[in-house]
Design a protein around this ligand. Sequence first.
Ligand code: PLP
Length: 491
Amino acid sequence: MRYYDHLIFHYSKPGRCGYTLPKAAAPEVSTAVPEGLRRTSAPALPEVSEVDVVRHYTNLSQMNFGVDTGFYPLGSCTMKYNPKINEEIAALPAFAAIHPLQPVATVQGVQAVYRGMEQMLSAITGMAYFTFNPCAGAHGELTGLMIMRAYHRSRGDIARTKVIVPDSAHGTNPASAAVCGLDVVVVKSNADGLVDVEDLKPLLGPDLAGIMMTNPNTLGLFERDIKQIAALVHEAGGLLYYDGANMNPLIGKVRPGDMGFDIMHLNLHKSFSTPHGGGGPGSGPVGVAAFLKDCLPYPHTDVQPHDDLCLVTPAKTAGRVSAHMGNFGVILRAYAWLLTIGRQHVREVGPIATLNANYVKELLRDAYKLPIPSVCKHEFVFDGLINDGSREGKEGATTLDVAKRLLDFGFHAPTIYFPLLFHQALMIEPTETESKETLDAFISIMHRIAAEAAEDPDILHAAPHACPISRPDDTTAAKHPVINWSDLQAE
Ligand SMILES: *Cc1c(COP(=O)(O)O)cnc(C)c1O
């Protein structure tokens, strides 16, 4: 058995001990526990020494890959470094030891963080107000659409149920609209990969709730007709929703509010440096234009006449979207990041992320197919290898093979097979936190992999060679993950 197949139970030896509790003053069997509920035998805990525990969990932790261990160029995910000062601040007992149901008067500092964050994000995006209650990007989308619906309903405009989504949109956009009970209509992209205004016009009418877009779009292209699109949608009585999950290249440069958007979400766990992955916790704050303030979800932080901060329920609220006010610890980390970087330097995030992406793209386009050759924003898409090594009787190396081979060299794989517009999509996003040396190391390995593919694609077909598990069945791994002891026993 390999060490990573072991459970802590496998090290158990009767009588071995790592820690002894002090003798309790309380009686061994509390009479407060009713007879029928008391255990009759001791729990089956592993009996192990301290060194067994430390080695076992240290070994397991080293099997994990994260931004703290290596380069993580996962496109559309902005896996930037998470500065450790954010963690220190989030761990301060004054923040970490409070209770969500504490009277607001006793947590004015926390409310000041919400308020300060609202003001900073409003300055960055051109929105007027932000709610921090949504706990993820997709959750933000749902919240934004609920705000859109609450607005139309508050005006008695109940026929507006149609939401337009471009065919290049992130999959969560149509999904969120459907979950919100709205009807999704797709608008086509033109040959340049941009929303086709002529295709859009006939979709606008009295049943339109709004349109969901992102700019630059999922292909990293700037929607040049955005002003015209905004005017057309507003004229038809609809609202514009902005998917700001990938705000990284725009921070401090371009504001969705200025483009004509009314509602948007941000992913603090992407662009604003908070930890990301493994299912959470995240934060997807939603910003709205001033006229939508009354439709925000509750509770919302507001200022009382004598400058105290209080929680309010807006008059036409879209409702409650989470138990309290989102993941405060995540919001606090992003707040710390913005204060650390400051107004001056936050403007450099986008340009450096963009420079890094273009640097990697230009140095790899001799080996990988580049379907959109123009200057990209913070990420770009390849469409597989130029020479995949395929020949008579030999199958060429695919994007999956390249991704798997990268793992052998200590790099996380880029996003693969997304966006769906290209068969062999490989979407790379280096982020601004990577040095030129790291980018050069990645570029050199990507060249080496391309050379291996041209020579003998079987090396790639069998990759990874250096990981504990080589190629699980992706569907089974996703649908029936074996993640605890009882799952393993059941196998
Ligand atoms: C990541 C992403 C989302 C969803 O964010 P989650 O926090 O994963 O729910 C939505 N839209 C775009 C464009 C994204 O990249």
